[in-house]
Design a protein around this ligand. Structure first.
Ligand SMILES: N[C@@H](CCC(=O)N[C@@H](CS)C(=O)NCC(=O)O)C(=O)O
Length: 209
């Protein structure tokens, strides 16, 4: 079986989601770490025209977009299943994946978590007004996510869990989000249980457990 390669940086929650699938499925892979500031180089833009990460290489097949990669890995190595067999359960999983991409990332990760967790490490300035402006939407998003994940168990993961856990773990390190999360103890407990899994331990990020 050809070597699987994930291009990205270890701190990226999207890269970690892909690594979690590889770990859960026990697929051998390596991470080709992108050097800081190299996402817009011609070499990386040839892999990913939007200059983002992760990118998966499977022999001569190259794929970007985390959801596409996760679904590809599910087809490539179906065991253990990370997509439920029931069509409505799968639809709910797809909905949760969309919520992580379209609401959690833009409303929580990008405006708040980047400012509080990533910017200090990169020495980037923080726009405090932008962080404050993001808080109401973040609070609403977290409440919706808590409701959507109410029945999820760390013992039966699906692809949506692999997308949320890395983002939520980082978000917990932002004081504003940690405070909001106190209203959702079930979600915090779920995250702690997921973080205890070998796949999460093996992919521990510089920005999240
Ligand atoms: N829709 C993309 C989003 C990926 C994404 O935004 N990745 C971030 C890291 S978490 C990135 O590439 N940032 C680098 C940049 O914007 O230059 C996916 O699902 O893969």
């Amino acid at each position: 079986m050809a070597d699987l390669v994930v291009h990205g940086v270890l701190g990226s929650p999207y890269v970690r989601a892909v690594r979690l699938a590889l770990e859960e499925k026990r697929l051998p892979y390596r991470v080709a770490q992108l050097a800081p500031g190299s996402t817009r180089t011609p070499e990386h833009l040839a892999r990913h025209p939007f200059g983002r990460m992760p990118v998966l290489e499977d022999g001569d097949f190259t794929l970007y977009e985390t959801q596409a990669i996760l679904r590809y890995l599910e087809r490539r190595a179906p065991s253990p299943h990370l997509v439920p067999a029931d069509k409505q359960a799968e639809a709910r999983m797809n909905q949760r994946m969309g919520v992580v991409d379209w609401y959690f990332f833009p409303q929580i990760s990008r405006p708040i978590v980047f400012a509080r967790v990533v910017a200090p490490v990169l020495g980037r300035p923080v726009d405090e007004a932008a962080v404050a402006a993001a808080l109401p939407d973040a609070q609403h998003c977290l409440a919706v996510v808590a409701a959507l994940w109410r029945d999820r168990s760390a013992d039966a993961l699906d692809l949506s869990d692999l997308m949320l856990a890395p983002q939520l773990g980082m978000a917990l390190r932002a004081p504003e989000v940690a405070t909001m999360l106190r209203a959702h103890p079930q979600l915090t407990d779920w995250l702690a249980a997921v973080q205890a899994r070998p796949s999460m331990v093996a992919t521990k990020s510089p920005f999240a457990d």
